[in-house]
Design a protein around this ligand. Structure first.
Ligand SMILES: *[C@@H]1O[C@H](CO)[C@@H](O)[C@H](O)[C@H]1NC(C)=O
Ligand SMILES: *[C@@H]1O[C@H](CO)[C@@H](O)[C@H](O)[C@H]1NC(C)=O
Ligand SMILES: *[C@@H]1O[C@H](CO)[C@@H](O)[C@H](O)[C@H]1NC(C)=O
Ligand SMILES: *[C@@H]1O[C@H](CO)[C@@H](O)[C@H](O)[C@H]1NC(C)=O
Ligand SMILES: *[C@@H]1O[C@H](CO)[C@@H](O)[C@H](O)[C@H]1NC(C)=O
Length: 229
């Protein structure tokens, strides 16, 4: 697996130098893609943006969905470790949707819709150990490739703004499994804000429990992160 990553890293600059070619599209981008054990999937099973809650999958990973009319949705569950504080593993659940553009230079830009995107950070060493915040980052993927894996079928490689590869994702369904693509959460209404505050308080204890499990399963989870991400 490490070898594969090195290989991808080595190839990345070469790929980035190329223009849009037919090897982008062994199949269409349209559908739902998921990394590793495919436990993280876009759609209603992962996130509820109205309530700003998450369902935690059993393992970490990423999932991207694309429609052929240029809507996308991303679900991400990952652990970030900090070399200088090895016991401070930060858990991040992230959900966002919006519209994407296939740029003439072969990149993809993804622009979030309204204020629907959000993420939950669990940082056992932070001043606030568990919180929800808006996520409104426009993302640039410099390159993408779709290959055919002999065992698992179509495999999507996305290269981030700096050329670094994301974990490869496999096509889980050629039909995108997504929440409604339009604006889901209207934060300009007062009702929305009140709901948000209640949810945040109610959620703290439940998420705290999850974190305990997360730290106990640390070795396993770190391994999973290495293998999956
Ligand atoms: C991929 O794109 C090329 C060039 O536009 C086109 O000729 C080919 O039919 C496409 N293949 C698929 C599988 O969509
Ligand atoms: C790692 O922890 C140190 C000490 O708390 C902090 O200063 C630093 O910003 C952290 N790095 C990352 C990448 O979170
Ligand atoms: C490709 O186009 C995008 C969007 O215009 C731009 O942000 C990005 O920097 C370009 N990449 C390269 C390698 O020029
Ligand atoms: C999201 O970011 C974009 C670009 O930075 C900005 O124009 C837009 O107002 C932001 N939307 C929200 C709801 O914060
Ligand atoms: C958001 O809520 C405000 C206040 O209720 C309303 O005026 C506005 O039309 C709503 N926007 C959308 C996009 O639903």
């Amino acid at each position: 697996m490490i070898f594969t990553h090195l290989l991808v890293l080595t190839l990345a600059p070469v790929l980035i130098a190329q223009d849009l070619t037919s090897d982008h599209n062994t199949t269409s981008l349209t559908g739902t893609w998921s990394s590793g054990s495919k436990a993280v999937l876009t759609g209603s099973g992962f996130a509820n943006p109205v309530k700003q809650t998450f369902n935690y999958p059993p393992t970490t990973g990423i999932s991207f969905s694309f429609t052929d009319d240029f809507f996308y949705e991303i679900a991400r569950y990952r652990f970030n470790s900090n070399g200088s504080e090895p016991t401070c593993i930060t858990g991040v659940m992230n959900w966002v949707h919006g519209t994407y553009i296939l740029q003439p230079n072969g990149s993809i830009t993804m622009t979030p819709t309204g204020s629907d995107g959000y993420q939950q950070i669990q940082d056992p060493c932070g001043a606030i150990s568990n919180f929800i915040e808006p996520y409104n980052d426009t993302e640039l993927y410099q390159q993408w490739r779709i290959y055919t894996d002999p065992q698992q079928g179509f495999k999507l490689h996305l290269f981030q703004f700096d050329g670094s590869p994301l974990a490869p994702q496999f096509l889980v369904s050629p039909t995108p499994n997504m929440l409604p693509t339009g604006l889901i959460r209207n934060t300009t209404s007062n009702k929305g804000k009140a709901v948000l505050k209640r949810e945040l308080t109610a959620r703290s204890s439940a998420a705290g429990q999850h974190l305990t499990v997360g730290v106990m399963g640390l070795v396993l989870l770190s391994l999973t992160s290495v293998l999956v991400l």
